[in-house]
Design a protein around this ligand. Structure first.
Ligand SMILES: [Zn+2]
Length: 171
């Protein structure tokens, strides 16, 4: 029997999405895939065809593709993972060690990348906040601002250059 088909026939897209923490209630939600910073909800499940699609990054497919994109693993690894997570026992009782380890590493990588993005975003927010405050101070101190920078602006500027450098060099 075809393993791919056997796995696909056993699970629904809702089941798989739900199990992996995608909270879908019929309306488009933010894309769950690593690497796609989805500002407007563009991810959708199609119950009838057992598929999904993200209108933002264009990723689409069946339940196996969903696991592939979520965990950044290949087709075989995705099938092994689904088989193990849902205890389908189509491929084998246990997911093999190597695949397990790779999935763990990928998840850790995704987690670290998200944390990094978050820290960068925080830094940019601080920068914006600082810029706003500087402008406010200068409006008070200098009647002709922004035509001529006020003294406080020069101090602010130094701070902002520091932030800019930190954002540019962010690793
Ligand atoms: Zn997407």
């Amino acid at each position: 029997m075809n393993i791919t088909l056997a796995i696909k026939n056993r699970l629904t897209i809702n089941q798989v999405a739900n199990y992996y923490g995608i909270n879908y209630k019929g309306k488009k939600i933010s894309c769950p895939f690593p690497g796609h910073e989805d500002k407007t909800p563009s991810f959708k499940l199609f119950v009838k065809t057992n598929t999904f699609k993200c209108y933002g990054c264009g990723k689409q497919g069946d339940i196996i593709d969903l696991a592939m994109y979520l965990f950044n693993i290949n087709n075989t690894e995705a099938m092994k993972k689904l088989d193990a997570d849902f205890n389908l026992q189509i491929i084998g009782k246990d997911i093999d060690k190597k695949t397990k380890e790779k999935i763990k590493q990928q998840q850790e990588k995704i987690r670290l990348e998200r944390e990094k993005e978050k820290r960068k975003e925080d830094l940019m927010n601080k920068y914006a906040e600082n810029y706003r405050k500087c402008a406010e101070i200068c409006e008070v101190l200098s009647p002709i601002y922004p035509n001529e920078p006020c003294e406080a602006w020069l101090m602010c500027n130094e701070l902002m250059i520091m932030y800019e450098e930190r954002i540019d060099n962010y690793e």
